[in-house]
Design a protein around this ligand. Structure first.
Ligand SMILES: CC(=O)N[C@@H]1[C@@H](OP(=O)(O)OP(=O)(O)OC[C@H]2O[C@@H](n3ccc(=O)[nH]c3=O)[C@H](O)[C@@H]2O)O[C@H](CO)[C@@H](O)[C@@H]1O
Length: 380
């Protein structure tokens, strides 16, 4: 790996650590922003936590990782221990100015921990999301909180997230509200690929569901609700890109596989997903990222969960929390089908998660902060 580290006027070497699909999406625009910044040399490291879905996303954002770690095994513990030891070697390769992690996965945690032990400052993107229930989502809520203890720079997507961090006694000068970088990712692909709405009329119902908390009976309830709606409205097309995990794909295919107006597909690449989103009438999802993205295109969203660490969408009026009970999901969809005013007020609510300029804010804040630390070091 080329790493021409030279401080004071030269590039700062920044290690960007990704592991899963959403991390890649939310870090990709920052990578491109830093690459164009003139002050930073970003290096992309992929931990291998996600395989195929990660490759799909990296290609979509024109990113070739500088380092790709070998996955130590299928079990999380094997992945985790192997990742820790390989990442440790990468930390020693050069004098990193910064390690950047995003979100709340095992890769986020191992990345932050390695940075911490090597005294490399850690920047946490999408900091401050909380449910304060360590069981939901498990293990993500615990991971987020642990990363917040050891990160130096906390980039909160919203004021609410920043407030959570301040309440946890994180130094306010290390917390910045930037907006969510996923909106930057959307703007990046929309600009680059000229995405615009292509359908006439209502459009389709877009569904994703894969979260661990919904595995089992909840996922089956969700699928039966979709089947009910598909039967009632044969002209409504349902698009459902299905997560590759067999715990998800098996029941989804078993319950919905034979319905003529339900279209099951493998995961879409980001470009196709954004096209599917902009063409949608309604989104039904348990995904975090989609909760943030749908309002960009004015598409109302029903959240298949009983709690969310993104209450901003509910408060802004662009999303409703519908849980996972069959009857409740069907009723909420039917209500929006027949009540044009309710639908329009959700569609016009706007996006509370950002304006597409989060990465420029992060880059400028980091540039100033790292220069300030450099001056302090020279003075002492
Ligand atoms: C338990 C929990 O809280 N977990 C969260 C969850 O994050 P999430 O819910 O946002 O994850 P997904 O729904 O997988 O991704 C969403 C993104 O993927 C795009 N997309 C989706 C389907 C597709 O076919 N093609 C695509 O392009 C889509 O537009 C969007 O941008 O998992 C992360 C670790 O995996 C965690 O860190 C995170 O806390």
């Amino acid at each position: 790996m080329a790493s021409p580290f030279c401080k004071g006027g030269c590039m700062q070497d920044i290690l960007i650590i990704s592991g899963t699909r959403p991390e890649i999406i939310k870090l990709a625009p920052l990578y491109h922003c830093l690459l164009a910044s003139g002050w930073a040399q970003p290096h992309w490291l992929h931990t291998g936590q996600h395989g195929e879905m990660a490759r799909q996303m990296l290609a979509c954002f024109d990113i070739v990782p500088d380092v790709s770690l070998e996955r130590g095994g299928d079990a999380l513990c094997e992945f985790s221990t192997c990742c820790r030891s390989l990442l440790d070697q990468v930390m020693l390769r050069t004098s990193w100015s910064l390690a950047v992690v995003q979100g709340d996965t095992e890769s986020t945690f191992i990345g932050a921990l390695c940075g911490f032990y090597h005294r490399v400052p850690v920047a946490h993107i999408e900091a401050g999301l909380r449910t304060y229930d360590l069981e939901r989502p498990f293990p993500e809520e615990g991971v987020r909180q642990m990363v917040s203890r050891i990160a130096r720079f906390h980039f909160a997507p919203t004021e609410r997230a920043a407030m959570a961090l301040r309440k946890e006694a994180i130094a306010p000068e290390h917390i910045s509200v930037t907006g969510n970088t996923v909106i930057d990712a959307q703007h990046w692909v929309v600009r680059r690929h000229h995405i615009k709405r292509r359908v006439e009329g209502r459009g389709h119902l877009l569904v994703t569901a894969h979260r661990r908390e919904n595995w089992g009976s909840d996922l089956r309830e969700i699928c039966y609700a979709i089947a009910d709606v598909a039967h009632r409205h044969p002209d409504l097309q349902v698009m459902f890109p299905v997560h590759l995990n067999p715990v998800v794909s098996q029941p989804v295919h078993a319950i919905l596989g034979e319905l003529a107006n339900v279209h099951l597909s493998p995961p879409l690449d980001y470009l196709d997903m954004q096209q599917a989103l902009i063409d949608a009438w309604l989104v039904l999802t348990d995904s975090g990222g989609l909760q943030e993205e749908a309002p960009t295109f004015g598409v109302p969203l029903l959240v298949l969960r009983t709690e969310t660490e993104r209450p901003e969408a509910i408060e802004a009026g662009c999303a409703r929390l519908v849980g996972t009970r069959r009857a409740s999901i069907v009723n909420q969809i039917e209500a929006l089908w027949s009540d044009a005013d309710a639908y329009q007020s959700m569609a016009r609510a706007g996006n509370p998660f950002g304006d597409g300029k989060a990465c420029v804010r992060v880059s400028n804040l980091l540039k100033d902060a790292l220069a300030g630390e450099e001056r302090q070091r020279e003075a002492s």
